[in-house]
Design a protein around this ligand. Structure first.
Ligand SMILES: [Zn+2]
Length: 270
């Protein structure tokens, strides 16, 4: 049997399961299978097994372009980007065609400003030299990058909630981006160690946690997770809070984003 035919059969089987009847994003009837995290963000398309979700045609097709842009942003944010330059150039060309406004908002900083920021992020000039980053240029980005990264956080929350809480998420997602150099702080690991789920992420038998990592903690009506891709300059922290738990406060600590209401408007159970 051809690979294509086999894929169609396994997709059919997956959607025939009662828990996969509805789209995990909007609650409409699911007719497609969505890979999340999206396959395109993985280097050499070594994407993890088992991270598939029931999805309606409309949600699946409306995600495509943004997934491509998110793949580009994540590869830009990878500290090991230089090793993956070919991959980066392919992404860059695609974005130039499909989402040029994303490229327009990147602003190159001067050499002096770039040096200052790298020194600050990496702790010292010595580290900058040791890592061979002396000639690196720093770019600032704008609202389109923020929108796309918030979208990534919401999708991560929706799929994680669906996978681990076994229901479609309906509520609000709050998210935060943590600069990765903070991860060495003991406080951070104290929090991480309290998160019970330690998934081992595999692709055809190989552990690919060096490309994708997450830990989570789930409760009834809540899903909390920290995740990262590649060797990132940032990690993401998300809290998915169902309507039962949506915070009533109007202000979040600075740096946190609020999604507004997420999930199915109406849900029919027959
Ligand atoms: Zn949908």
């Amino acid at each position: 049997m051809g690979e294509r035919k086999q894929k169609q059969i396994s997709k059919k089987k997956f959607l025939a399961l009662p828990e996969n009847k509805y789209c995990c994003y909007c609650g409409e009837v699911a007719t497609t299978v969505d890979h999340f995290p999206p396959r395109n963000i993985f280097h050499n398309r070594k994407y993890p097994e088992g991270y598939i979700y029931p999805c309606c045609f409309s949600c699946n097709s409306s995600k495509k372009n943004d997934e491509q842009s998110i793949g580009f942003i994540l590869s830009l944010m990878d500290w090991n980007m230089e090793e993956k330059e070919d991959d980066f150039l392919i992404r860059y060309k695609a974005i130039k065609n499909n989402n040029p406004k994303l490229l327009e908002e990147f602003q190159q900083l001067s050499k002096i400003q770039s040096k200052k920021i790298l020194r600050h992020r990496l702790g010292s000039q010595n580290t900058v030299i040791k890592l061979g980053m002396l000639d690196w240029t720093v770019f600032t980005c704008g609202p389109e990058v923020t929108r796309l990264l918030n979208e990534l956080c919401v999708w991560f929350a929706q799929t994680g909630y669906f996978k681990h809480n076994l229901e479609i998420f309906s509520g609000e997602v709050i998210s935060y981006k943590i600069p990765s150099e903070y991860v060495n702080e003991q406080n951070f690991w104290n929090i991480i160690e309290k998160m019970v789920g330690i998934p081992i992420i595999v692709e055809t038998g190989h552990n690919i946690s060096n490309q994708f990592f997450y830990r989570y903690f789930s409760t009834k009506g809540g899903f909390f997770s920290i995740f990262q891709f590649g060797a990132p300059q940032y990690l993401f922290l998300i809290c998915a809070l169902s309507e039962r738990h949506t915070p009533t406060y109007s202000d979040l600590p600075s740096g946190w984003s609020r999604s507004g209401p997420i999930g199915p408007k109406i849900r029919f159970d027959n």
